[in-house]
Design a protein around this ligand. Structure first.
Ligand code: 4AD
Ligand code: MG
Length: 430
């Protein structure tokens, strides 16, 4: 008999097929037994009918417990009333294992309990829907950049230097040297951009951030485009196009998952280009008007970002930050050198920063000065400075955080459910 996945079931109406999966739920009603089976691609209702009380299949059915692994065989029927629209008339059940005392029952569990059982929690419908949306977002990102002639460049994870400040580095040893887990592929992509024009990297990045907020992960995925000869304006345009592409794609392809999550997608459907723009100066004024105690020159924390992004019904781009609160590589504004040509995209509905980026310093002397001012070890950055010695070029790029984006799309209260196995402050199990 042919092994079929539930997501393809519509192609097998009136045929005898086999499904391999796990017991999701079961119930009986008179002469019928209903068995909900999931196989990772969906859930199907199986039925067993018999007027005889001691029908052999009923006996097997009675032994089945939640998450028991089974192979079921039978005929596919169209059935409007069944969840998913199809039903399997079961003729055979092969038990692989009867699962004993599956810890996650349909009752409510606390989040710490579920996190301890993350390896099992992934099987439940909401977690499944979130990770489907994550996978679709990844596909959209790749299609977007590949479709626009960007070259994928895989940047290293073990690095000798910091990109985003030295306070959040994960230190390790590299034979007889010190090394760090990458905070960002950006510096390397500034080199590959000179070799390929427009590039992107997409991989895990690490921040030993001692922050326990609903938007921080220790290990998270970031996609980072870098474009030779692009300005801040060009990169803002690119970021908007990327966000719109992702939105359109997931809204089009993952409707069912949003329904499972009970996510009202209307606010996402309304989003159009161009996104509103504010400078840091304007943002501080807006925040103060809203009652924030922010002082000019301070960086935005989560509360400020939330407040700002609640003002707009679309993602908002904040630009021209005080250079002091931004990374060493940021190009200063030509008229006000105390301002950096950086941009943060704050997602709507209070979600805060999903993109950070901007224009990079391309002047050799200025970059050398910044490296000194930030007390960075010059030897580790020699190769990076070389890019300003041999055919320097204005260039810009950004990083979009995958998990932040998925948390926003799904409207989740916390980022921890957007990645299969989140790494959180002090927590590495499972
Ligand atoms: O703003 P960040 O720190 O920028 C960079 O790393 C640049 N080097 C990127 C570049 O220009 N190529 O991080 C970029 C994005 C943030 O906007 C956020 O979405 C995400 O990465 N991010 C995090 N996501 C989850 N947990 C954390 N701890 C994150 N830190 C940053
Ligand atoms: Mg940032």
């Amino acid at each position: 008999m042919k092994w079929v996945y539930i997501e393809d079931i519509s192609q097998y109406v009136n045929q005898e097929i086999e499904i391999r999966g796990w017991v999701y739920n079961k119930r009986s009603s008179g002469k019928v037994r209903f068995l909900l089976v999931r196989d990772g691609t969906g859930i199907i209702q199986g039925t067993i009918f018999s007027p005889e009380k001691d029908f052999p299949l009923f006996k097997i059915f009675d032994e089945l417990t939640q998450e028991s692994s089974i192979i079921v065989r039978g005929r596919v029927r169209e059935e409007k009333r069944a969840p998913g629209g199809y039903e399997l008339e079961i003729s055979e059940i092969e038990v692989i294992q009867i699962a004993q005392d599956y810890p996650i029952t349909p009752k409510e569990h606390s989040v710490p309990f579920l996190m301890e059982h993350r390896h099992l929690w992934l099987r439940s419908q909401k977690q499944h829907a979130i990770l489907q949306i994550r996978a679709e977002t990844v596909r959209a990102i790749r299609d977007f950049f590949d479709g626009r002639g960007f070259r994928l460049m895989d940047t290293p994870i073990l690095t000798p230097s910091a990109c985003e400040g030295t306070t959040t580095l994960f230190e390790t040893t590299y034979f007889d040297q010190k090394a760090y887990l990458s905070q960002s592929g950006q510096l390397y992509n500034e080199a590959t951009a000179a070799a390929f024009g427009k590039v992107y990297c997409f991989g895990p990045t690490f921040r030993a951030e001692k922050s326990k907020t609903r938007r921080h992960l220790i290990e998270f995925w970031m996609v980072e485009p870098e474009v030779a000869f692009a300005t801040l304006e060009d990169i803002i345009e690119l970021g908007q196009d990327l966000v719109m592409f992702i939105l359109e794609r997931v809204l089009d392809r993952r409707k069912k998952d949003f329904e499972v999550l009970e996510r009202d997608t209307a606010p996402l459907e309304k989003i159009t280009k161009p996104f509103p723009r504010v400078t840091y100066d304007q943002a501080v004024k807006l925040l103060q008007e809203k009652g924030s105690k922010i002082i000019y020159g301070d960086d935005f924390g989560a509360p400020e970002e939330t407040l700002l992004s609640e003002i707009f019904d679309r993602p908002v781009c904040v630009t021209h930050f005080p250079a002091k609160i931004k990374a060493f590589y940021m190009q200063p504004d030509s008229e006000r050198s105390d301002l950096a040509l950086g941009v943060d995209f704050l997602a709507s509905e209070g979600y805060g920063e999903i993109i950070g980026g901007g224009q990079r310093i391309h002047d050799l002397e200025l970059l050398e000065r910044r490296i000194k001012e930030f007390n960075l070890p010059q030897e580790a950055y020699e190769w990076y400075v070389d890019l300003r010695r041999y055919g320097t070029f204005p260039h810009s790029g950004f990083g979009l955080g995958l998990e932040r984006t998925v948390a926003w799309l799904c409207k989740l209260p916390h980022i921890r459910e957007t990645i299969p196995f989140p790494r959180l402050l002090y927590k590495i199990y499972p």
